[in-house]
Structure formats: C-alpha cells, structure tokens
Design a protein around this ligand. Sequence first.
Ligand code: PLP
Length: 433
Amino acid sequence: MSTEGKKGFDTLRIHAGYEPKEHLGSVQVPIYQTTAFDIGSPERAERLVHFEEVGLLYSRIGNPTVAALEQRVAALDGGVAAVAVASGMAALSYALLAAGEGGRVIAAARIYGGTYDGYRKVYPALGVEIDLIDDVNDLEALEGLIRPDTRAIVIESISNPINIVADIQAIADVAHSHGIPLIVDNTLATPYLLRPIEYGADIVVYSATKALSGHGSIIGGLIVEAPKRFNWLGGRHPQFAKPVYTFGNRNVVETFPDFPFSARVRTHYLAILGASLSPFDAYLILQGIETLSERLHRQSASALAIAEYLAKHPRVEWVSHPLLPESPYRQLAKQYLPKGVGGIFSFGYKGDGKENYRFLNALKLFSYHANLGDARSLIINSPHTTHHELTPEELKATGVVPETLRLSIGLEDVADLIADLEQAFAKAVDTVN
Ligand code: PLP
C-alpha cells in the first residue's frame, strides 16, 4: 500500500515504493528474477495461503521488483494500491472483468481500436455486456444508458487517436450518484499530466508500454485503485459480497478493506488468467518513470509547436490537438491538463490515399510504427493499423476517419521534426504534379 502521498510528484517518481535498506542497500531496484520464493515451513505456508501473513510465494501473483513498480505508480497517481500486469490490454481487461463481471459496462466508443475490438468481440463472450456511448461528455446520454445491472463506466482521459478530453469529474459524479465506479484509461496523459483519482476516478488503468516507460522497450500495464471511497458492497457488485473459501469464507472487502479491488484483480484475474509482468520489464518501466516529468513536459511543448505548424499547412485538413484555438476540448484541456496534453495527436491529410501513402514513405526522421509516448517521434495511419480490425462502420463509431495520421512526438529537436514533415509534404505533392 502506498503511504507516500504527501511527497511531491518528482520525489515520488524517483523514490516511492522502494527502500534500499530492505534490499542489501542496492541503490537501484534489484531485478528479482525468480519464479518462486522459499516458504520456509509448512506452518508459514498455511498462514500465507489463508492471507493471515503477507508474503511472497510465486512470481505470477507477486514479485518484489514488480511490487516496487506497483507502489511507485500508486503513489504517483494518489492511489492506495496497484496491480502490474503484462500489457495495457491485460490491465484494461482485468479491470473491466473485475468490475463488470456478470453485468453491463458503459464504455466510451471513440477510443483505442484494440479496446473497441474487445468491447465487440471478447467481453460479451465472457459475460460482460458493453453499452457504447458516442460522446463521452454527453451526461444525459450517459444517464440514459444506466441500467440496474450496470457495473462500471470506462473512458479514456485523453482518447487515442483523436484527443477527446473527458470531463472526468462530471462523469464521475453521474457514475457515483448511481453507485457505479468510474474506470479511466490514463495512458496518454500519464500521472504527470493528469491524476484522474483527484477528479473522482475509482480505478485508473495504464498501458505502461507508452509514455509511462517512454523508451519503447517493453509491453506492460497497471491498474491503480483509489483510496477507499467506492462502496463495492452497495448492491451493484455481488461478486464483491460473495464469501471466498481461501479468505476463510469472508468476502474480498472484509479481507482487504483498504484495497478490495486490487485484491480481487490479483487473486481472481491475475492469479488465474495469468498475464503477469516480468521482473525485468518492471525494472525497465521503473527506469522510464525516473524521467517521466521531463519527457512529458518536453513532448507536450514540442507537440503543440508541431500542431500549430500543421494547422497552417495547406496539405492538412484538420488537427486534433486539444490546445489549438479551434478545438472543442480546449477548455477541458486547460481545466484538467494545465501542464500540457502530452505528445500525441492526429491530423487529417488533405489529398487522396495515394498521396497520403507517399507522404508516409517520404518521412525520414519520423518512424512508422505502432507505439506511443516513445523518446523517438513516430507516425502511423491509424485506420489501417492501430484500428485495422474495425469495419468502416465501427471506424466511424470510434471517430477515426480514413485520412487520419497519428503522431507521437518524441524528444528530438522540434526544428528537425518540422523539417522532416516539410520535406515529406513537398515530396508527396511533387509526385502528384
Ligand atoms: N490503452 C490505450 C489508450 C492504448 O493506446 C493502448 C495501446 O495502444 C492500450 C491501452 C493497450 O496497451 P498495450 O499495447 O500495452 O497492451
């Protein structure tokens, strides 16, 4: 559990969740590359499996390197606990299943294509029905979707790839007035730019693959739980009230009153579906988090400069950056993201598909690949890659139009990035004439 909430963000990202004295003085978090932990005696095993003593057994369920990452991210987000998993998709799936089990979840439609694909193909098959909401900030529509068996609302704080900024506080207020928890995917913002728990989120999920680690070396995810606020025994979540044999026939809330959601994710979903984060990858994510503030600060400034350049370019149809004067999300961005909105935004290429491809092929510095928040700047044509699984109708529902190009601005010199875009525009057009 995180007890470090009073220290400043930049202190926490370096120190939270780790005490060198407990690890032979090792200044860096050691990589505990082990499958299992010596139990010592059968009596201790009895205490461990019945949760009478907290201790390590097996790295699928808990590992000290992974635990340092969990506690660090929980501290950064103002959470009480976190569970690290093997990918952002695993984080989202486990959070959604743990909250939604046996009922319905209201989910924002204009989001990452992989998540949308899961809403369509996977969760209903696993017993969680999804009710999609087109405009996440339409509170009347949100109220209208709530049913007696609605168990959670899931949104992205800044959406991928078109940068819708969610009015988290207003959505949380609607959710809570009906006894429903709010789950926020905060991948694009990271806790440096936005801490959704401060605005009422009950659960925050991350793809740590992206800006949280920032080096493009790992796949990982995290689920962060807000300090005791949401009442899981309010009637909408029978799974939290069920007695559990291994908890001595108590329910999960009685057994883990401070972090019942994390406990359920760990003991039910991580333990059984098993997408554990490797200790080495946890270590690499921790390395990335040490420079989170500087990276996000720089990427936010560079992305805004590039968005302003693109907004004036004749081969650009539209730019989705929330801080541009024409953005419908400018006010919400200023309210929720005063430090900046990060390095990711999209633009519409003016011109046919062939010219769009020529532009992509002409870029030299921007890398053409499917990641976000990396130190390297990258570009991708989302409808054909990150959202490729969606039919034309589904693409429309996610708000991703065919000409969409998504940028993730890295840490290079802005002038070099603009020069690269400029030469690619020139080449793409030149071939037309
Ligand atoms: N959430 C968002 C907003 C994403 O953009 C992504 C991936 O792009 C994910 C979740 C899934 O993360 P991962 O690729 O780590 O599984």
